[in-house]
Design a protein around this ligand. Structure first.
Ligand code: AMP
Length: 193
């Protein structure tokens, strides 16, 4: 599948281990050099800022979407190709969704989890069929993957839930997976309930 724009969800905190920072940088570099637009939360902090700066450093196009009230806290990036300001968090997430052909989750905190769960659960109820990739950099998301498996094992989700997203171990894997991906619309009645 041809991906023109990729939404990256990731942490806004800076004091995290170097390998996670490197994963954000490598993803930004890869997007910029491939000519794929990076869509992200628009901040200049944490892995968000690192990923955006890396993409920009190789001439990439980077589009930020930031809610008005977080512009100061997340330090709205001033060097982006475009920065959309939204009135609230809901319209930020809707805008990021609208601008993106696919989604990737880098290491992050609760905000990142909120964003990825929303995009996966929207897919679960048939609202979209866009590819979603969990980038399990340094094994960071293993507890997330285990949690999803636990919900399946206990009968609160079906095995098809695992088909709602793909898992990459490296930045290279992300692009290999996306190239082989297609829009897949789940039928919520037959597959998930
Ligand atoms: P974090 O993973 O907590 O470092 O946050 C990463 C990004 O998620 C930041 O841009 C936050 O603004 C955003 N975020 C935090 N809480 C939420 C929420 N409830 N809904 C949507 N995004 C959020």
């Amino acid at each position: 599948m041809k991906i023109n724009s990729l939404c990256v969800y990731c942490g806004a905190r800076s004091k995290v281990a170097a390998p996670y920072r490197r994963a954000a940088e490598n993803l930004g570099l890869a997007l910029g050099s491939r000519g794929i637009t990076l869509v992200y939360g628009g901040g200049n902090v944490g892995l968000m800022g690192i990923c955006a700066d890396a993409a920009l450093s190789v001439g990439g196009r980077v589009v930020g979407v930031i809610p008005e009230h977080l512009k100061d806290i997340e330090v709205g990036h001033t060097g982006l190709s475009a920065l959309h300001t939204t009135p609230d968090m809901h319209s930020r997430k809707a805008k990021m969704f609208e601008l993106s052909d696919a989604f990737v989750m880098l290491p992050g905190g609760l905000g990142t989890l909120d964003e990825i769960f929303e995009i996966i659960t929207w897919k679960q109820i048939g609202l979209h069929g866009k590819p979603v990739v969990v980038l399990n950099a340094e094994g960071y998301w293993q507890p997330f993957l285990d949690l999803v498996d636990w919900t399946i094992a206990q009968g609160f989700a079906t095995a098809e839930t695992r088909d709602l997203f793909m898992t990459a171990e490296t930045v290279e894997d992300v692009f290999t997976l996306l190239e082989g991906a297609s829009e897949t619309h789940m039928d919520p009645r037959t597959k998930l309930f």
